[in-house]
Design a protein around this ligand. Structure first.
Ligand code: FES
Length: 204
């Protein structure tokens, strides 16, 4: 919250309480991610740097992807115009958030094929990315260890037989399919892989 808003809250508490209640009520039918994306657009429109950073991070925490943020900005082109959109992209680049880095897809040498258990799950780090290599009823599958809820890096201790549980809010996933079996509504991100020359290669 800005210093000015804090000041107004102290000197005009009733009026400011009504203002915040209005904002809560106005967005009550929207999910948190959509609310945050709309707030991002309003901050770009006013070009308030601190507010933009705050709501951009909130939108990402609420599950918005970099492409969804960019889509929201581009969709608002008729009202924002190119100059304000470029201002927002400048702010994003200054923040250097990993979600917005340009990645050139490539095959990554993740592990020796001999490390893959006949049945079970291997947690590994490869070129800065956490992975689960799971061997089960659907053969070998490779998943991003990043939780699809709020991007928590799920540790090896989350594996329990054929299930994986994120420690942050308890979303549970079926490792044979990657589907979320309880707690949430999005699957693990599965990554393309191949086994070649005794190595496990993963593409992203
Ligand atoms: S971050 Fe919320 S369940 Fe994983």
């Amino acid at each position: 919250m800005s210093d000015a808003l804090s000041y107004l809250q102290k000197v005009r508490p009733e009026a400011m309480q009504a203002y915040f209640s209005f904002l809560r009520e106005a967005g009550k039918s929207l999910d948190p991610k959509t609310r945050a994306l709309i707030s991002v657009i309003t901050k770009v429109d006013k070009q308030t740097e601190a507010g933009f950073r705050q709501y951009l991070k909130r939108a990402l925490r609420e599950g918005a992807s970099a492409n969804e943020v960019l889509d929201a900005l581009l969709m608002a082109f008729p009202t924002l115009g190119l100059t304000k959109i470029l201002w927002a992209v400048d702010q994003v680049q200054k923040l250097d958030l990993p979600e917005f880095r340009i990645i050139h897809p490539a095959w990554h040498d993740a592990a020796s094929a001999a490390e893959i258990p006949a049945t079970g799950t291997l947690r590994l780090e490869c070129d800065g990315r956490g992975l689960f290599v799971h061997s089960g009823t659907n053969g070998v599958r490779v998943y991003d260890a990043c939780c699809p809820h709020k991007s928590t890096a799920i540790p090896a201790t989350g594996v329990d037989g054929g299930a994986l549980t994120c420690p942050k809010h308890g979303w549970r996933f079926d490792l044979d399919s990657g589907q979320c079996s309880s707690g949430g509504d999005r699957p693990l991100a599965e990554l393309e892989h191949k086994i070649e020359d005794g190595r496990v290669w993963v593409y992203w």
